[in-house]
Design a protein around this ligand. Structure first.
Ligand SMILES: Cc1cc2nc3c(=O)[nH]c(=O)nc-3n(C[C@H](O)[C@H](O)[C@H](O)COP(=O)(O)OP(=O)(O)OC[C@H]3O[C@@H](n4cnc5c(N)ncnc54)[C@H](O)[C@@H]3O)c2cc1C
Length: 511
């Protein structure tokens, strides 16, 4: 008997462990473990859990269409798998466990280690597959990019037509889907769901992006209203839960680009999109090699400035206003309200709200990252934590500058985004862009006045972060060690990306 343990790889297509465990009509027990520990965490967002449950239900439907089903167990993953394996052993079976690498921190790493230990102690086989591209041996090596492209260009793993799952009586706490809905009703009861989970939905989302929505991706990507309407793929929750693989998305995008070979705009947009798929796996690789980055500053010089310590009263007030979208900066507030309602923001708004919190409000990235984890449907610890460190100015210390977004300037430059403001900040409806920027609504509308002086906080706190970056740079240069090498590679990678991208943009404009 093969045990097929799903985690954040909730699909049947292009899934290594599905293809391997079901080959030759071997008996397979597909399962997912509802671990109550997880659902008690303060940072577990409702929209995200609902997305997960929908994905499980869709997976169960797709398995049933192939003569199988998803066993939903409940309990700690380690004890459920130990019990399951022991019961199969008692029945005279020697089960083999199939599970994909799931890039996690503490709890997940320890969970997988204990399960592997258990299998080794009982002399049983297990197979760990790749959910997306990952170098699993040692530190990330130089050839990462070539290996990534090798992987995403290889043929997809086949999807089984039939799956041989016998009816089994097991003495392990199990849930049906209706019990799951009842027991975890606080998650199912979520209103306003903008993203629906499941492999079927993921394929539909990719189809609609490539058929209708991707036009102008490269310039609409930073515009909050366009992106809310679907100018970017909206695949992030699907990639986070593995209801579709990066490789499937990459290959379908390449096919679409081939169909549109004589359309330079489409080529440029689709290339920009494919680059981001690579970033997804590249961030995963970083957390896999350095799980400590989840809550530790990349450079210890920042420890005295950025820490998860409790906020003082004044900062707590700023933090609460930021979370609720009440800062008095319309673009920040619209975005933060969008996060609470939709569980999603575009890249630029995530970055802008992050710098606003870390630099202008002087609040550590740890706090902001936890708020995002709670509310994003697409929470991906690998991307989220590193992006927060980046936006806080912690990373890439060899570069002399780091970006601090100016929310009002951003709004001014993209006049069309007024729709975004009116949608999420109805208090400002009826005011023109100039009136909003001039604060004509103050004393007339319930919308609050700016809670901080943006220019002053940028100057004061920006200087603190700049000085810390200088200290890191000086230390790295003095040490001349591996850290300097890594920082130099990071700087070169970013520089090269933007040079190539700008070159491609110029070529595309001339066509
Ligand atoms: C502070 C901060 C936190 C973030 N947290 C997350 C997170 O928890 N989960 C998450 O998926 N993305 C995160 N991002 C990256 C990015 O904002 C989202 O991936 C993107 O907005 C998702 O929308 P989309 O699927 O329509 O993206 P598209 O533009 O259609 O991109 C396609 C896919 O590429 C990947 N991708 C896109 N941008 C990036 C990026 N900058 N870095 C790495 N991968 C990228 C994502 O998987 C995305 O789904 C964060 C960005 C910032 C600045």
């Amino acid at each position: 008997m093969h045990i097929l343990w799903f985690r954040r790889d909730l699909r049947l297509s292009d899934n290594e462990i599905v293809a391997l465990s079901t080959a030759d009509n071997t008996e397979v027990l597909p399962c997912f473990i509802i671990d109550p520990w997880f659902y008690q965490q303060a940072a577990v967002g409702k929209a995200r859990v609902r997305f997960l449950f929908e994905s499980l239900e869709d997976l169960d439907n797709n398995l049933r269409a192939r003569g199988s089903q998803l066993y939903l167990f409940e309990g700690s993953s380690v004890s459920v798998l130990q019990k399951l394996t022991s019961q199969l052993l008692q029945k005279g079976d020697r089960p083999k466990l199939f599970f994909n690498y799931d890039v996690q921190v503490q709890y997940g790493i320890e969970r997988d280690r204990q399960i592997i230990d258990f299998y080794q102690q009982h002399n049983l086989s297990y197979h760990q597959g790749l959910n997306n591209f990952l170098q699993t041996a040692g530190e990330r090596t130089d050839g990462w990019i070539e290996q990534y492209y090798n992987y995403v260009r290889q043929p997809l793993h086949p999807t089984p037509e039939r799956i041989n799952t016998p009816a089994l009586k097991l003495d392990i706490p199990q849930l049906t889907f209706s019990q799951l809905k009842q027991k975890y009703s606080q998650f199912w009861g979520t209103e306003n769901t903008y993203f629906k989970g499941g492999e079927t939905q993921a394929i539909g989302t990719l189809d609609s992006f490539l058929d209708e929505r991707f036009g102008g991706y490269h310039w609409k990507i930073s515009r909050p209203w366009h992106t809310q309407q679907g100018a970017t793929s909206h695949l992030s929750p699907h990639l986070a839960f593995g209801t579709i693989s990066v490789r499937q998305v990459y290959q379908r995008t390449k096919e679409r680009a081939a169909e549109l070979a004589d359309n330079p705009k489409a080529q440029f947009s689709l290339k920009a999109f494919r680059d981001r798929l690579r970033w997804h796996d590249s961030f995963t690789q970083r957390l896999y090699n350095h799980p400590e980055l989840f809550d530790t500053n990349r450079y210890s010089e920042f420890d005295r400035y950025y820490s998860p310590a409790e906020l003082d009263e004044e900062k707590q007030e700023l933090f609460a206003a930021w979370k609720e979208g009440q800062t008095g900066f319309p673009l920040v507030d619209a975005s933060m309200r969008q996060l609470l309602a939709m569980g999603w923001m575009n890249f630029r708004m995530r970055a802008m709200c992050a710098t606003f919190l870390c630099i202008n409000c002087g609040i550590s990235w740890h706090h902001g990252a936890t708020h995002y984890i709670k509310y994003l449907v697409d929470t991906d610890l690998a991307i989220n934590q590193w992006q927060w460190q980046m936006q806080a100015g912690v990373t890439n210390p060899l570069s002399d500058t780091f970006r601090i977004y100016n929310p009002n300037k951003n709004l001014e430059e993209s006049g069309g985004d007024l729709k975004f403001i009116y949608h999420w900040v109805p208090e400002l409806r009826g005011y023109s862009l100039t009136e909003i920027l001039d604060g004509a609504y103050l004393n007339e509308s319930p919308y609050p006045a700016p809670m901080i002086d943006w220019a002053e906080t940028r100057k004061v706190n920006g200087k603190i972060v700049s000085n810390l970056r200088k200290q890191v740079k000086e230390r790295l240069l003095a040490e001349q060690g591996a850290e300097l090498e890594q920082a130099a590679i990071a700087r070169e990678t970013v520089k090269k990306y933007w040079e190539t991208r700008n070159k491609q943009y110029q070529q595309f404009k001339q066509k």
